[in-house]
Design a protein around this ligand. Structure first.
Ligand SMILES: Nc1ncnc2c1ncn2[C@@H]1O[C@H](COP(=O)(O)OP(=O)(O)OP(=O)(O)O)[C@@H](O)[C@H]1O
Length: 247
């Protein structure tokens, strides 16, 4: 499966310098650019399967074709899952019960719920148990659960992530998990680790897609360095959080 973004216009009505970009399964694509440059707008074009009918005039194709109406509107066939900074569950149910119900509604084995919780617990430092009420989960726990749910239960082949900088989860593990499941992951980010983890990044300016940068070998090497430093910082943070002394 491929996702194609066909260019439209920037805020001044000038053509996007990137005329077209095609993204394949398992690929992580970054969207970068200063505040107000149109990153969230591009995400929203993809989320709505724009057909020249949004202010940007962009069009989104799936497998080179305009998505069918049922793909655009039927929630059960939803091609796109979205994750953002402020997400909480509203349902007053236990985690395990909710996941079993979700698996059933998607025609999956309800026992997949255990796998979701297990995976979510690899992404968050604060373990989630199936008996927890959804409403008491922290932001990090909620996001970890959503990522794992998208990976295991939801069939959505495209995942859009808008700014998960302070997500309270192991962000790169989350991206790895989702792309490893063959999903197309589109991530808006200022975080060098996530931007360099992407195979390519779209650079936004004044509402337009100005260029696509492929992550170079040197950048991939730098990513590994950043990941090591990030792991070290995460460890220090945890030590301090546990009220211990940093040796
Ligand atoms: N191509 C475009 N044509 C017209 N308006 C646009 C276009 N792109 C973005 N805008 C408008 O510009 C404003 C800023 O865009 P957007 O919120 O997408 O930027 P952003 O890069 O996500 O900013 P931030 O980093 O602050 O979240 C919005 O009001 C949006 O509607």
């Amino acid at each position: 499966m491929t996702l194609t973004v066909q260019g439209g216009v920037d805020k001044c009505g000038h053509q996007d310098l990137v005329h077209e970009i095609e993204i394949s399964r398992g690929e992580i694509i970054g969207i970068v650019g200063p505040t107000g440059s149109g990153k969230s707008t591009l995400i929203s074009d993809i989320e709505q399967f724009a057909l020249g009918d949004t202010p940007t005039g962009r069009s989104i194709l799936i497998n080179g074709q305009v998505p069918k109406n049922e793909q655009r509107y039927d929630p059960r066939k939803k091609l796109v899952a979205q994750l953002s900074q402020n997400m909480h569950f509203l349902a007053d149910m236990q985690v395990g019960e909710f996941l079993r119900m979700h698996a059933k509604s998607r025609g999956k084995d309800p026992n997949q719920a255990d796998k979701v919780i297990e995976l979510a617990n690899t992404l968050t430092g604060e373990p989630i148990s199936p008996e927890f009420q959804l409403t008491i989960l922290s932001g990090g726990q909620s996001r970890a659960l959503m990522v794992a749910d998208i990976a295991v239960i939801s069939d959505s082949p495209i995942v859009l992530i808008d700014e998960i900088e302070n997500a309270g989860i192991k962000k790169q593990e989350a991206l790895r998990l989702l792309s490893g499941e063959g999903k197309i992951v589109v991530v808006v980010t200022h975080d060098p680790m996530l931007a360099l983890m992407a195979t390519r990044r779209i650079v936004m300016k004044n509402g337009g897609m100005t260029k696509v940068i492929s992550t170079s070998n040197e950048e991939q090497r730098i990513f590994l360095d950043i990941e090591r430093v990030d792991g070290w910082l995460t460890g220090l943070r945890e030590t301090i959080r546990q009220g211990e002394v940093v040796a």
